[in-house]
Every structure is written in C-alpha cells, then in structure tokens.
Design a protein around this ligand. Structure first.
Ligand SMILES: [Zn+2]
Length: 310
C-alpha cells in the first residue's frame, strides 16, 4: 500500500477507542450487577446463612427485569452510551483529517455534515445527542437476552440454599453475558463507523477507489484474505457478494454467498460480513487509476447507489 497520511492515525484511533470502550463496558457492567444484587438480596428471605428455598424467594426473579430496567435507563446508562458516542466521535475526527488530506482540501465541512448525519442516524443519535428508542445503541444495553443466565443463577441459588456470597459470585459470573450482548448488538462499532463515514464522503466527493484494509489473521475468512490490501474501484466493490464478482472467497459463487455474509449486505459498509474487521480506505481517483492501469477511466461505470440491487 502506498504511504497515505493519517492511515496509521486512523488505525491507532480505532484501537484506542476500542480499549477505552472495553474498559468502560466492564466497569458499567460491574456497577450494574452490584446494584442488581443489592436490590435483590435486600428482599431475600434467609434461613441462617443460606437463602431459603421458598416460593417467595423464587418470585424475586420476576423483579429482576424492573431492577435492571431502572438502572440501564437511568443517567448512568445514558452516560455510558454518550461516552461511547464520544469515542466514536474521536475516531470520526481522525477520519475527517484523513479525507481532508487525501482530497487535498482544507474545507470538507458540508461533506462531513452529510457523512456524520448518516452515521448518527445509523447509531440512532439525535441532534441534541439524545439516543432514540429502538436504536442499536439503546438496544445494546436495554435488551434482556443476557438476563437468562442471571435468572438461572438466582433460581439455582434459591433452590440450593446458597449463601449470599455464593449467589453473588454466580450472579457476577452470569452478568458477564451483558458484555457479550452489548458487543453483539454493536459489532465492531468503530470499524463500522469508519465504513459508513467513508462511503458517504466518497460518494459526495466522488472518490472511486478504496483499499480493502485490515490484515490477515488466523480466523480471517477466505473472502477477506482474497481482498486484503487490494485496491478496488467502486464498481468492483459493488459486485462483492454477487455472482458477477470476478474475485473469489465464496462458498457458493453462483449465489454470491460467502461465509459470514450479512443479510442485508452492503459491500461498502459490511465488507466481509459478520465480525469482519476490515475497512475501506478511499483514495483519490488520480492515484487509483495510476495504481490500477488495467482500468480505463473512460470505461468504468459508477454504480448508482453504490449498492447493488439484490
Ligand atoms: Zn474482514
């Protein structure tokens, strides 16, 4: 890959944001579980040091939903989400510098407004920073899937007469599912943010080439391995996940199927599909055509929507 200013800065910004987010997620979850446990244990009937095996105690599990709900929807929950938006904003700032530099423009404000607006609507963040109901951000902490394990831990504690301390450690263990839920609801959110911003900037500024970047690791899919570090024209990217794509890495080429493909699939923002860590690094058309002499500028077509019809 040619030397592109802010390329390293973008990679660094994403890993820094990931580390900050991971730390905050763990501490948010620990506080949440501590709150849940103290609210719940205050209502438990004890028999000496053990939790009594009574139906009243079992009914406690029905209160858990409300206890959790009140916490995640409190300021603490909203502050947690706002901090995440702050991390994403930091990544976006570096992206903005990258695009200004690659485009050789001082002012990309109007383009940037359009791109940021698109990202905000993807995340569900309103004009005043409010987080909307039903958005992936809100769902990441308000979904209740993770609570199945916690309820099971409580039932187990009641039915087996555990001590409060024993139950506490089981509930804490089960609470780790919360992190999994948040991450599954917001898969690689920083990579995704970069790809969403990039797609919009590139559309607005008519940048028609992008590097498929992110490296190759042990679990990298064939689809990504085939494309990693290659420079593509947008008309080629638009064919990813379709039978017309001349590149490989498919499990069923005639259907455009590859392992991990999302549904719906947008090659510009989903790239290699679920859990894909790759990102598109757009470069100027001038550089693009220089590095891809096999493409004729008079002969390439720009896809309408940059999304192929299904
Ligand atoms: Zn990938």
């Amino acid at each position: 890959m040619v030397n592109i200013p802010f390329h390293k800065a973008r990679l660094k910004a994403v890993s820094r944001a990931e580390r900050a987010f991971d730390k905050r997620l763990i501490s948010f979850r620990k506080d949440l579980i501590a709150y849940v446990f103290s609210e719940m244990s205050a209502g438990l009937i004890m028999e000496g040091n053990s939790i009594a095996d009574t139906s009243q105690n079992l009914i406690m599990i029905n209160r858990l939903d409300r206890i959790v709900e009140s916490y995640v929807r409190s300021n603490r929950g909203m502050n947690f989400l706002r901090s995440l938006v702050g991390d994403i904003d930091k990544v976006a700032e570096v992206n903005k510098k990258y695009y200004a530099s690659v485009l050789g423009k001082k002012d990309i404000e109007s383009t940037w407004r359009a791109a940021s607006g698109y990202l905000k609507s993807y995340l569900g963040v309103g004009d005043r920073g409010e987080i909307s109901e039903g958005s992936i951000l809100m769902d990441s902490i308000t979904s209740k899937q993770w609570m199945r394990q916690m309820k099971a831990a409580v039932v187990h504690g009641v039915e087996n007469g555990l001590t409060l301390n024993e139950m506490k450690s089981e509930v804490e263990k089960a609470g780790e599912r919360f992190d999994v839920q948040v991450k599954e609801t917001l898969p690689n959110v920083f990579d995704k943010a970069e790809n969403i911003l990039g797609k919009q900037v590139a559309k607005e500024e008519e940048m028609h080439f992008a590097y498929y970047q992110g490296g190759i690791m042990k679990r990298t899919r064939d689809f990504c391995e085939e494309r990693n570090n290659k420079l593509f024209h947008v008309s080629e990217i638009a064919l990813f996940g379709t039978p017309d794509d001349p590149y490989g890495g498919y499990t069923n080429k005639s259907q455009g199927e590859f392992q991990g493909k999302t549904d719906p699939y947008d090659p510009f923002t989903d790239l290699g599909g679920y859990n894909c860590r790759h990102r598109l690094f757009y470069v100027s058309n001038e550089l693009g055509f220089r590095l891809r002499p096999d493409l004729d500028p008079d002969d390439v077509t720009i896809p309408d929507n940059w999304v192929m019809a299904a």
